[in-house]
Design a binder for this molecule. Structure first.
Ligand SMILES: [Zn+2]
Length: 421
């Protein structure tokens, strides 16, 4: 049976909306007073040496464990997540007149997406609480990640996914890791509201969607990593895809903490990018509104951000407002062009949603100050999602022997190719 654990010493669990504080985890992860999302706040100070310890070997996010809500002795459920590459753009930035463009390649995480950062922390917490079955609704990446970390922890998992709208590679991951996969008729928003309702009514299930504030704690570490990888610098802009809006909230929290602890002297502007067919946050921003209107029929090829009613919308709008950033939308066509550019010009294969920030740069670049340091977050690996891939190789000729192959190679080369026979 699930035990509501005491919140760790040096931490406060609070309602994001009304500020009510809780001494124990609230496993519905919603404030019983006002229904608001919760957040974990570190009440003690952290200095740079404590956050960035020296000589700890490979860079994983548990390097930052002193900034995570656990006691020292807790054994993490880990697969070596974090430590992903921060890759300087060699081509796209130049074309846009941007010299300082970087891509944080989160597809390098163990299950191929940024979700692993939140999952290692939240599954570690769930195991402490005695949970037996971990549950989430998902557009794909969360289910793959939850399935893997549950397997690692020796816990069961169940994932609820919308029919026909999840990349087959992501479903295959969830199945391979032994998760119970429930495919439902309806979209992600329907799947999530049902899952939240169910988890609140049956205490043997532990909710793992990004309203779980322990997920946010893990995801915030990408801010610490970017800061370190840039040589203790804060970028001017973070540009990232926004679906359910947990990640923009998390990364903003990470940078705010760096500043609050006196480790960094400023914070970046947060730019949230949505797909035009699923952009309630960009719509609210454009209207100057403090609330979003739910989109009933979200539609985009970028399935990871095909969400009409983002659960963390309030935190996302706050991140944009506080950072003096913005939200914007890009079309599916723009996303596909950007995805192709990342793959063919930078060597980075990403899923469609992860190309949205690069698509947005076409609009943003003329407005940015000269020399602006921009980091785009590429949230998921392209190997998981090939639904938008045009398999032109299927129509390619099949060479019958070595002579034909050599002839073809010679045609595509400016030089004669010498191959030892
Ligand atoms: Zn509240």
């Amino acid at each position: 049976m699930l035990v509501e654990l005491k919140v760790n010493e040096g931490w406060s669990l609070e309602c994001f909306v009304c500020g009510r504080a809780f001494e124990e985890d609230v496993t519905s992860f919603l404030c019983p007073s006002c229904g608001g999302l919760l957040q974990l706040i570190k009440t003690s100070h952290l200095d740079v040496d404590a956050l960035f310890p020296r000589n700890e070997g490979r860079l994983t996010l548990w390097r930052y464990r002193r900034a995570l809500p656990f006691d020292e002795g807790v054994e993490p459920v880990t697969l070596g997540e974090g430590g992903t590459g921060l890759v300087r753009s060699v081509h796209i930035g130049k074309g846009l007149g941007m010299n300082e463009l970087f891509i944080k390649y989160e597809g390098q995480n163990p299950t191929g997406s940024f979700k692993d950062r939140g999952m290692t922390v939240a599954v570690t917490r769930a195991r402490q609480s005695g949970a037996k079955v971990l549950i989430c609704a998902s557009t794909g990446n969360t289910s793959a990640s939850l399935a893997a970390y549950s397997a690692r922890a020796g816990l069961r998992s169940a994932v609820v996914v919308p029919h026909g709208k999840v990349a087959s590679g992501k479903l295959a991951q969830a199945v391979a890791h032994g998760s119970e996969v429930l495919i439902v008729k309806g979209d992600f928003d329907f799947a999530l509201s049902m899952t939240m309702e169910f988890a609140a009514s049956d205490r043997s299930f532990y909710l793992m969607n990004s309203l779980n504030p322990y997920r946010i704690e893990g995801q915030k570490t990408v801010a610490f990593e970017i800061f370190e990888q840039l040589g203790n610098l804060v970028p001017d802009y973070i540009v990232l895809p926004v679906g359910n809006a947990g990640n923009i909230s998390a990364i903003w929290k990470g940078f705010k903490e760096l500043k609050a602890w006196g480790i960094a002297d400023r914070t970046p502007k947060m730019i949230g990018v949505q797909a035009a067919g699923a952009s309630p946050i960009a719509e609210a921003y454009a209207k100057g509104s403090n609330v979003i209107s739910r989109w009933e029929k979200p539609s985009t090829i970028a399935t990871a951000i095909r969400i009409g009613n983002p659960v963390s919308w309030m935190k996302a709008l706050a991140a944009i407002r506080e950072s003096r950033g913005m939200a914007m939308a890009v079309t599916d066509e723009e996303i596909l062009v950007a995805k192709k550019m990342l793959a063919s010009k930078e060597g980075l294969l990403v899923e469609a949603a992860s190309a949205a920030p690069i698509a947005a740069l076409n609009h943003l670049a003329p407005q940015l100050e000269a020399g602006a340091l921009v980091v785009c977050i590429a949230t998921g690996h392209g190997l998981k999602d090939q639904t938008d891939f045009q398999p032109s190789l299927l129509d390619a000729p099949i060479y019958q022997d070595k002579e034909q192959v050599l002839a073809a190679l010679k045609r595509i080369s400016a030089f004669d190719i010498e191959i030892t026979r």
